[in-house]
Design a protein around this ligand. Sequence first.
Ligand code: UD1
Length: 341
Amino acid sequence: MRKCVLVSGGAGFIGSHVTVELIEAGYDVIVADNMSNCDLTCFEGVKKITGKDDIPFFKIDFTDPVAAELLFSTNEIDAVIHFAAFKAVGESVNEPLKYYKNNLSSFMNVIESARAHGCDNILFSSSATVYGEPEELPVTEDTPRQPATSPYGNTKTMCEDILRDCVKAYPEIKGIALRYFNPIGAHPSALIGELPRGVPNNLVPFITQTAIGKRECLSVFGDDYPTPDGTCLRDFIDVVDLAKAHVFAVRRMLEGKMKKDYEIYNIGTGTPLSVMELIKGFEKANNLKLNYKIAPRRTGDISALWADPTLANRELGWKAERKTEDTLAAAWAWEKHLAGK
Ligand code: UD1
């Protein structure tokens, strides 16, 4: 029988790419989203890419326990992938309660309703932010987590702990936390991608918006870091590669192949790239010149962070495959698609 996966936050950037990959892998998918940080652009794109016009969609806010309960009581759901969360680091510093209330309560409501209705497989979308500024690079899953530098980061750490504790207390529950490094790019169809509201905080949307003329100039935050070219090093992971990791993880859960009841995986490429290398790569991949300037460091940025993805490669049988130039070409194609070009 076909298995059904609920994707909470499924109309957003990563959720929409995961929905596509799940459908293409033969799963039934239910998408739920409160639409607080997106519109229907990506969901419509998902329908076009998959050729499926009847993907169930629910506009639900999981901070409402009644709504969560209703969704699980009226649908047969085998696994949940939980994305529904706020994600702006800076905003979380100014509005911590907004982040704690939303990100923690929605996850707890999802786990509670899932459990009540026999859905035992919970996959949580975590972040490499839990590693803070690590003492050794690359980071493995055993690298100690550092105290979070923002309420957003802290919600990721806390949700991981909530899942770990639930798995421990409720023997039927299985949990996987995927720690994403820096997801970038867009689907090669250019029908789904990142849709930041207002001024983008993340690097690649700022680059593409500068290239299209929506922003005047990209600021490179600091060129005096202790790295080869002085700009920060990150593990930029293509969003389609990242989405595929979810399919491998869900399959592992649903096929009873987990070795522990709670597993954690780094989802990254294992190859660091500097901010400047990424900018140059974008220019080359798309044959254009970007207007950028060196600006002061951004508060809270760490100099370098990249993954050791060996565990995910070995246990999930997953590996990042897309070439950076293709990723950056897809990001640009998506920006042009948005501009109607
Ligand atoms: C942040 C979050 C991370 C989250 C990720 C989503 C923290 C500390 N970081 O990572 O949890 O998963 O976003 O992708 O919680 N940069 C510029 N100019 C810009 C924008 C960024 O130079 O206009 C630089 C930054 O200084 C940084 C790099 O680009 O060195 C990447 O920045 P960004 O895309 O915001 O991601 P992170 O801060 O690494």
